[in-house]
Design a protein around this ligand. Structure first.
Ligand code: KG4
Ligand code: ZN
Length: 348
């Protein structure tokens, strides 16, 4: 089965082609970062309009890079939620139209299932079951993944998502949108000299809270008045150290409670080098294994949607003629990937 996937839930238009026998055949991306940067964040209406402009040229480019024609496709996957409603609709309408014209199914994909399974595109890839730490701009969750489609949420953020905390903290430090990558660069030059809280680590549960950490940075910035370059990089490094410690403590606890020895780290924030290094050494120390997607597949992309869509297509979970999207869509609402077919097309 060969499927084309379209991602358009926020500020990135991604298109990719995945084939069950040949693997990922092509992936292309247009990021709207430059367009939104002047406003300091994503402007939903501008995002929707830009997706409409970009999707068709990107579909052409993905087909040409893969060296295949539209007639070789067996389905068109798209992000059906969660995300910005207008942005989601742009992708869903394009996918449904293309699928209808070609007489093949349109396949709705859950954005977070896409993120969660993106490390399956790498070699080696994780075997099931595993613990997943999903850290993105909108979500922070610890999930027990028993098999594809079987997701049990063990813990979530009670306030800001981790990516949101990175973006807000970066703004406090005078960095441009999107703050995560800029904050990582700034932190590289700093030392963790500022004492910041490790939120909820004493709480026995697996939930997270990052709003207080961001406020602690705000208090430190105010205390310094106009922090110089060294003070700003020390603050960025101290914030990162608090995040790394918190994630390490919660992952250790979740691994021990579930008895799992494989950790998959996914979502935009999993591109962060400090987090990758810390969780790699944590799992090495425990004799377990850790898996990440390559950095460009940590943030939003079409490849993860094509891959997750391929599994759903094999399971026969395709859309009807009605075009529907869900701005909010809990991962636990997904049906299991049945009947006995894994995302990689193997019987599991
Ligand atoms: O997964 P994603 O692309 O979109 C959502 O589904 O939300 O995640 C975007 C988030 C943003 O908050 C961005 O600042 C953060 O991921 N991010 C990073 C890094 N790269 C992206 N955060 C920390 N360090 C990075 N290197
Ligand atoms: Zn995402």
């Amino acid at each position: 089965m060969r499927i084309l996937g379209v991602e358009s839930s926020c500020d990135e238009t991604g298109v990719a082609i995945y084939d069950g026998d040949r693997g990922l055949m092509s992936h292309v991306l247009h990021t709207q970062i430059a367009m939104h940067a002047q406003y300091g964040g994503v402007v939903p209406e501008l995002a929707s309009r830009d997706h409409v402009r970009r999707i068709v040229p990107l579909v052409r480019e993905a087909l040409s890079k893969a060296g295949c024609g539209m007639d070789s496709l067996d389905g068109i996957a798209y992000t059906a939620g969660p995300g910005l409603i207008g942005a989601l609709l742009a992708g869903a309408m394009a996918a449904h139209s293309l699928a209808y014209a070609l007489g093949i199914p349109a396949v709705p994909v859950h954005h977070l299932e896409g993120h969660l399974l993106a490390p399956m595109l790498e070699d080696p890839r994780p075997e099931f079951p595993f613990l997943a730490l999903l850290i993105s701009g909108g979500h922070t969750q610890l999930i027990r993944v028993q098999r594809p489609g079987d997701y049990e949420i063990l813990g979530s953020s009670v306030d800001d998502a981790l990516g949101e905390a990175f973006d807000k903290t970066a703004k406090l430090l005078g960095l441009p949108y999107p703050g995560g990558p800029a904050l990582e660069r700034l932190a590289r030059a700093g030392r963790p000299t500022v004492d910041l809280p490790r939120p909820m680590v004493k709480d026995p549960g697996l939930d997270f809270s990052f709003a207080g950490l961001k406020t602690a940075v705000l208090t430190a910035v105010r205390r310094l008045g106009e922090p110089d370059e060294t003070e700003r990089s020390d603050l960025a490094r101290s914030f990162t150290a608090a995040v790394v410690d918190t994630l390490t403590i919660k992952c250790t606890r979740a691994l021990s409670r579930t008895g799992l020895s494989r950790l998959v780290v996914a979502g935009g924030v999993s591109a962060n080098g400090f987090i990758r290094e810390a969780l790699t050494s944590l799992l090495e120390g425990q004799g377990g294994e850790v898996f990440f997607a390559r950095r460009e597949f940590c943030t939003d992309n079409g490849a993860m949607i094509a891959y997750a869509g391929h599994g759903r297509l094999l399971a026969g979970q395709v859309a009807g003629t009605e075009v529907r999207v869900w701005p909010r869509l809990p991962l636990s609402s997904l049906p299991p990937l049945g009947p006995g077919v894994g995302v990689d097309g193997k019987i599991c």
